[in-house]
Write a protein that binds this ligand. Structure first.
Ligand SMILES: Nc1nc2c(c(=O)[nH]1)N[C@H]1C(S)=C(S)[C@@H](COP(=O)(O)OP(=O)(O)OC[C@H]3O[C@@H](n4cnc5c(=O)[nH]c(N)nc54)[C@H](O)[C@@H]3O)O[C@H]1N2
Ligand SMILES: Nc1nc2c(c(=O)[nH]1)N[C@H]1C(S)=C(S)[C@@H](COP(=O)(O)OP(=O)(O)OC[C@H]3O[C@@H](n4cnc5c(=O)[nH]c(N)nc54)[C@H](O)[C@@H]3O)O[C@H]1N2
Ligand SMILES: [Mo]
Length: 756
């Protein structure tokens, strides 16, 4: 039976500012290159990105393919790389001219624009300035403080960029000191996957491989914005569509990258401006509406199955799943009006999506932050898995579940031990290989760290990259508490606002970026990273470092550990620092099943695959089967009928790093302090375009959370929904609003109202 809406009818109705890719993306690269005045040789560096023996791009976690394109990078990758390789320098002299309080009032863009941090800096409270220090001073002072602090009062945060080698060492360093307080940027991102997907299929990561994209006939694409956040995905999506694969998108916003794409590497497409229509159906769900929308899709598939024997994979359902009948009953008992109300899409749309699903032999489910950053985010992921399970769409060619990760090594950091959960740490192997007794208490994830911080219990913070104080919810109280810590240490490449919340003692330790040459006692070093498909490959920097005083992340961790830990005959920090192959050897010994022979295998084109049992239909769940989710709510967001705010990224930012003030793919330019409102909502609220308004969090609470001075911009959004940028709107996100299973902050569907 054909779908009711044809691709052209549906997609043609969608009007977006400009296709993703194309000339616009090249202009984006050119403008940043000019404004940042990156040094000579940058084009050569870009040409090596994501090539075998080259540098793995730091921008996203999409694959480094075995047979790369001539230029295997996107606008974002180029921006991130050029931003790293700027010729601007934030030297100690710069800090002489500015107090920390003064710098606090600067914009994120202006802070980072000062360029690369060049020398270790110590905070001097008397002058409220960061001042030049030597590495020896830094390690001695930090080491002595760490020795005096009780382990449960310290937290070691990691942002998902650091490679496997420093990440592995960072995790054992924390445990050698006696704690598991190892929050990760993933706690604000795909933790919902690590916990929620694990619960239902026994795997904390996706099951697909790139070759599945050559074989699928439908892709369900939920809450991820590829044009802005992971443009290299657009190539396999385009190829799939050209083969006849149908993409069904669920997203409150009509994101340009999901509507159409011009391949910037295709001269014909560039010259003719001929874009490929990507989405066959585009369901503009309400924020959090995915649970209901997916239930609607399942309802239609189940109804068809009653008439079409063999439509469901009954054998798979019987052998491999649990909870199917309960889910079927729940779907039967939920009527269409309830699904329409909770999802914000019509029955006809859900049925059309159900037809695409039913008619596809192999289906991939893709998702991102639109699903994970919700109060019931793990249930929304569960519903996507429910849909896939109906026709056995996990664990066979062309099918599976494919979460799209953010930071380039965020998945890998978990793989090599950055986790607060003792059950996920390789406790036995640590004992055997390192003589390390892992502390028994689970540690802090990001949420628990913030609670400890607010209660005054966390005294020491060490950050391996990132900008945690700005990335988290509830800026006001968090920032106040941050300044009360005894010691804050930042291993960083550029200045950001978290550095400007010094504890009583504070240090900034400048490190190399991935594209820079890392020379240690045994010579030039490689590092390794893991992508969204669980492939591990090497990365080598070739550029001369920005400053002779910078150290690699690995070297900094080794020196900090030496300065703060007692001597142990098997803790060979000098040897590990001198030759990273020794660290890989430790990784291989600690995780022999996945990392055996790592040193040789990571150089294979495309890297080596760590494997995933769920792909083989072996389910490491409580029941030993793939588990159907019985949702507790129809909407993944919080209850109530307040307006729901989505916090978004533009293509001119990487998280809290703001390259510029353009959001080209959404046709928005010049300002980030905006709130996007539909014309209908503007009329209801009595707002006019360009007006400045205050947005407040609409929850019963002691504190009032507000952001003022936001410019009203008309934008095509579903009813009851507004949108604006992360991190500017983070003060509105209450700490309490988080996914119930994983603690991931609910940065989507935040209940808000206007105050004019
Ligand atoms: N240029 C650039 N690239 C990046 C980053 C960046 O900041 N800039 N950040 C990196 C990181 S760390 C990450 S995690 C990824 C993030 O990449 P994404 O997962 O794409 O995250 P977001 O940009 O937050 O956007 C999520 C999408 O979900 C949609 N959405 C919001 N609410 C809902 C909902 O209720 N349901 C559905 N179905 N959709 C919804 C939004 O409209 C948006 O299109 O990108 C990575 N890449
Ligand atoms: N409201 C809202 N909040 C969110 C989100 C959202 O969608 N909405 N998204 C969440 C998500 S998905 C994430 S991942 C987090 C991001 O949280 P983080 O990962 O903590 O933040 P980033 O902005 O990526 O960190 C940028 C800083 O990292 C440092 N840095 C850059 N490169 C390197 C490097 O190679 N090495 C080292 N050592 N340092 C480096 C620089 O100093 C830079 O200023 O934010 C989360 N917060
Ligand atoms: Mo992320």
């Amino acid at each position: 039976m054909p779908s009711r809406m044809t691709p052209t009818d549906e997609a043609a109705a969608i009007d977006v500012p400009e296709p993703a890719g194309g000339w616009g993306s090249l202009k984006g690269i050119a403008s940043i290159e000019l404004s940042q005045a990156a040094g000579p040789g940058v084009l050569e560096t870009l040409a090596h990105l994501n090539k075998p023996d080259g540098t793995a791009c730091t921008s996203c976690a999409w694959i480094k393919p075995p047979t790369p394109a001539a230029l295997e990078f996107c606008e974002n990758g180029a921006k991130a790389t050029l931003w790293d390789l700027t010729s601007a320098r934030a030297t100690p002299e710069f800090f002489e001219d500015h107090t920390v309080s003064d710098l606090w009032s600067w914009s994120a863009h202006d802070l980072e624009k000062q360029g690369r941090l060049t020398e270790p800096l110590r905070y001097e409270p008397a002058t409220d300035r960061y001042v030049r220090a030597t590495w020896d001073e830094a390690f001695a002072a930090i080491g002595s403080k760490l020795k005096q602090t009780s382990p449960e009062a310290m937290t070691f945060y990691a942002s998902g960029k650091a490679a496997l080698e420093p990440s592995y060492l960072y995790a054992i360093f924390a445990r050698m000191l006696g704690h598991n307080n190892l929050p990760d940027s993933s706690n604000m991102c795909h933790e919902t996957t690590s916990v929620g997907l694990k619960k239902v299929i026994g795997s904390p990561v996706g099951t697909c491989q790139i070759e599945d994209f050559d074989q699928c006939d439908a892709i369900f694409y939920l809450g991820q914005n590829p044009g802005t956040n992971s443009p290299r995905i657009l190539h396999p999506l385009q190829q799939a569509v050209k083969r006849g694969c149908r993409i069904v998108t669920f997203n409150p916003l009509k994101e340009a990258g999901l509507v159409e794409f011009i391949n910037p590497q295709s001269p014909v497409e560039m010259l003719t401006g001929k874009a490929t229509r990507l989405s066959h159906l585009y369901l503009q769900v309400r924020p959090g509406g995915d649970i209901a929308a997916l239930m609607g899709v399942c309802k239609h598939v189940l109804a068809r199955a009653d008439r079409e024997p063999g439509l469901l994979d009954e054998k798979f359902l019987a052998e491999h799943t649990q909870g199917y009948s309960a889910f079927r009953e729940k779907v039967g008992a939920t009527d269409w009006p309830a699904l329409e109300a909770a999802s914000g899409v019509t029955r006809a749309e859900m049925e059309a999506a159900g037809d695409v699903y039913a008619e596809a032999k192999a289906v991939i489910g893709i998702y991102g932050m639109g699903l994970t950053q919700q109060v019931h985010g793990s249930e929304a992921i569960g519903l996507l898995v429910n849909l896939l399970l109906l026709r056995g769409n996990i664990g066979r060619p062309g099918a599976g579940c494919s979460p799209i990760r953010g930071h380039s090594n965020v998945q890998g950091q978990r793989t090599v031990g950055i986790t607060e959960k003792v059950a996920l740490a390789p406790v036995e192997k640590y004992r055997e290989v390192l003589g390390l007794e892992t502390p028994e208490q689970d540690g802090h994830n990001t949420h628990a760290f913030l609670e400890a911080l607010l209660a005054g219990r966390n005294r020491v913070y060490l950050g391996l990259g990132g900008n945690l104080a700005m990335a988290v919810p509830d800026h006001g109280p968090v920032h106040e508490a941050w300044r009360q810590m005894d010691l804050t240490v930042h291993v960083a490449t550029r200045l950001n606002h978290t550095h400007l919340l010094p504890g009583r003692e504070s240090w900034i330790l400048p490190c190399l970026v991935r594209s820079e040459e890392d020379v240690q006692a045994s010579g030039n070093q490689f590092v390794s990273i893991e992508d969204s498909f669980s492939h591990i490959y090497s990365s080598k920097g070739k550029r001369t470092p920005a400053s002779e005083h910078q150290m690699s992340e690995t070297a900094i961790i080794c020196e900090l550990a030496k300065a703060s830990l007692p001597f142990h005959p098997r803790w060979l920090w000098d040897e590990w620092r001198a030759d990273y192959a020794r660290i890989r050897d430790l990784i291989a010994q600690t995780y022999p099943d996945q990392f055996f022979d790592m040193e040789a295998r990571m150089h294979e084109p495309g890297g080596f695959y760590r494997g995933n049992d769920a792909r083989k239909r072996i389910w490491h769940t409580n029941s030993g089967k793939a588990e159907f989710t019985d949702p507790t709510a129809l909407n993944a967001g919080p209850e109530g009928d307040a307006l729901r705010l989505i916090t978004l990224r533009s293509n001119d930012q990487f998280n809290t790093t703001i390259y510029g003030h353009s959001d080209r793919l959404r046709g928005l330019e010049g300002e980030r302090t905006v709130v996007l409102v539909s014309k209908a909502e503007m009329a209801r609220q009595g707002l006019s375009e360009g007006q400045r308004v205050t947005l407040v969090t609409a929850m019963e609470e002691e504190r009032r959370r507000a952001v003022s001075g936001l410019k009203v911009v008309a934008y095509d959004l579903p009813d009851g929904c507004v949108a604006g940028y992360f991190p500017e709107l983070n003060p509105l996100v209450p700490l309490s609003l988080r996914d119930s299973l994983s603690d991931t902050p609910a940065s989507k569907a935040i209940p808000v109202r206007f105050e004019t």
